[in-house]
Design a protein around this ligand. Structure first.
Ligand SMILES: *[C@@H]1O[C@H](CO)[C@@H](O)[C@H](O)[C@H]1NC(C)=O
Ligand SMILES: *[C@@H]1O[C@H](CO)[C@@H](O)[C@H](O)[C@H]1NC(C)=O
Length: 239
């Protein structure tokens, strides 16, 4: 390696360090959801979470066998809305079930595709709360689900092998990028946000590592993520 080359490398490393030290601009400029998502194919099969942000309704002690199914209410009419069916185990792989199936405790979220021209944004809210509270109030606490990146699949039915879902654009500067949760003066969380790295295969280290790189390049703070255990999961009774 020549000296010039070494100096150039050092300068680049210093510039990178300086950039890291700065607070990120959040949401990152031009941040948006996926353009032209085929939402029918996105919703055609379940998604398995590989890593996600702990939330009050899905805390880290439930990071076992987490599976979500986005279900269109009507395949032929996207205005009919979408539901999020959820499954996880508490405490261990194949442990007690937390799900949106009848008789379980997890609250189903339902809502609409915000813009039919760009069907990668879903304004889903807890179904049971929608009968009690005004939607405008709920929206304040439960932000949209945005599909912000997808990886192509060789399987035409599935269309996508992985997907990064974010609770809207990440507006809060974090330790190493932008976060989706919003705090008031750092004192309490106004809303919890959400970030999910999803794959079609229950266990997919390759897809997960690609998603980590993509999410980081998009400006997300990955320190919010916890890993989800999927090996040996049976998903018994998963909706
Ligand atoms: C979804 O759209 C339907 C029909 O317009 C409406 O009744 C419902 O309140 C919407 N749901 C949400 C969560 O906005
Ligand atoms: C594509 O995925 C679907 C849904 O999971 C599956 O039923 C089908 O067998 C897959 N096709 C191929 C060629 O792998």
């Amino acid at each position: 390696m020549t000296l010039a080359c070494l100096v150039a490398l050092l300068a680049a490393a210093l510039a990178l360090g300086a950039a890291r030290g700065q607070q990120a601009v959040c949401p990152p400029p031009e941040f948006d959801a996926v353009k032209g998502l085929d939402v029918r194919k996105f919703a055609t099969a379940p998604w398995f979470s590989q890593a996600q942000m702990p939330l009050s309704f899905n805390p880290a002690d439930q990071f076992y066998c987490v599976r979500a199914r986005y279900q269109l209410n009507d395949q032929d009419d996207l205005t009919a809305g979408i539901k999020v069916l959820f499954y996880a185990n508490e405490g261990r792989v194949n442990g007690p079930v937390v799900s949106t199936a009848k008789g379980s405790t997890h609250v189903e979220q339902s809502g609409n595709i915000t813009d039919l021209e760009e069907p990668s944004k879903f304004d889903v809210l807890p179904t049971n709360l929608q009968t009690i509270f005004r939607k405008t109030l709920l929206r304040f606490f439960f932000p949209d689900h945005w599909v912000v990146a997808v990886g192509p699949s060789k399987n035409r039915t599935l269309a996508y092998d992985w997907a990064i879902v974010s609770a809207g654009p990440p507006k809060t500067p974090g330790k190493a990028g932008c976060r989706t949760d919003i705090s008031f003066l750092g004192l309490f969380q106004v809303h919890q946000g959400g970030l999910w790295l999803l794959t079609r295969k229950p266990v997919d280290p390759v897809g997960t590592s690609i998603m980590r790189n993509v999410a980081e390049a998009m400006g997300f703070d990955l320190t919010v993520l916890g890993d989800v255990q999927q090996a040996e999961c049976k998903y018994i009774g998963a909706p």
